[in-house]
Design a binder for this molecule. Structure first.
Ligand code: AMP
Length: 276
């Protein structure tokens, strides 16, 4: 089967890393490679521009592809979003010059809007707007007097600030996504399942700790998100080991609370895959 992977830009390396973590054994592509095989699976990866991935998938040139959700929605291609991949996070935002009186999207009616996302800008902004179609350095357009506002991708917001712009609305949350044709073949669906197990695993940690038997209820209350934890007897009387799956994002909060509840010998282990 064939999968389209971004040939450059910020999605390229994490996309190839996902093939690696999924156990496909991708051959390391050279800078100029157009395609590369995988050692452990009958999968060939085609390196194409992230912008072109929806087209390749729609035309059936590849069985599935990885690109940005923003690109998929802007292209409005006849494809199916199979799985959000958890990297390449950013948002499509409308912004104006910091000193502009404009506070809401509604006030952009009739405005000149610079963007390389004309379809999404038209969908989310109040009609009518005058589109100024620019590619690259969109943030300069207001300062040059070319536009009253911009619609562009933002991650940290520092590019906006550096260019004297202020966000007034978040139009779309984006991240990398696996797409397939409207009716994907069985192997594309199967690959989506393998990727899902990796993405879910990255969001989880396996927690192991020891605790006095009488603190079990307090500890269970702290890890309510997980399924029933395993509670195992220890050789030391009155002590048990607790094993549980916890969300990676909660760890910073959870560890001191567990210690306060009586947990000791706390171990946190990465999860390679999560299924079922
Ligand atoms: P690139 O090829 O590096 O321009 O990446 C394009 C894609 O990366 C975009 O379509 C987004 O899906 C994603 N991305 C993530 N963060 C950002 C960001 N701060 N600015 C632009 N694109 C981003």
């Amino acid at each position: 089967m064939r999968i389209a992977v971004p040939s450059k830009g910020r999605l390229r390396e994490p996309a190839i890393q996902l093939l690696h973590d999924a156990g496909l054994g991708p051959e390391t592509p050279g800078d100029r490679a157009l395609a590369f095989p995988c050692r452990h699976a009958p999968v060939e990866a085609l390196l194409v521009r992230a912008d072109d991935v929806p087209e390749y998938v729609q035309d059936g040139v590849v069985d599935c592809g990885i690109t940005g959700l923003d690109i998929v929605r802007e292209r409005d291609a006849d494809v199916q979003e199979l799985l959000l991949l958890g990297f390449g996070g950013c948002s499509l935002e409308a912004a104006v010059q910091a000193e502009s009186p404009v506070q809401s999207l509604e006030e952009l009616r009739g405005a000149r809007v610079a963007t390389s996302f004309p379809r999404l800008a038209t969908e989310f902004l109040p009609a009518p707007i005058e589109l100024v179609d620019v590619h690259g350095s969109v943030e300069l357009a207001p300062r040059l007097g070319l536009a009253d506002a911009i619609v562009d991708l933002v991650s940290s917001g520092s590019t906006l600030r550096t260019n004297g712009l202020r966000s007034i609305a978040r139009l779309l949350e984006s991240e990398a996504v696996l797409i397939g044709p409207p009716e994907p073949q069985a192997d594309a669906t199967q690959l989506a399942g393998v990727f899902r197990s990796v993405v879910d695993g990255r969001n989880a940690r396996y927690l192991m700790l020891n605790a006095p038997e009488d603190s079990i209820d307090a500890i269970r209350a702290l890890v309510p998100g997980s399924r029933a934890p395993s509670v195992l007897p220890l050789a030391e009387p009155g002590m048990v080991a607790v094993h549980s799956l916890v969300p990676a994002a909660d760890i910073w909060r959870l560890l001191p609370e567990l210690e306060a509840a009586g947990a000791s010998s706390i171990l946190l282990v990465p999860v390679e895959r999560m299924l079922g």
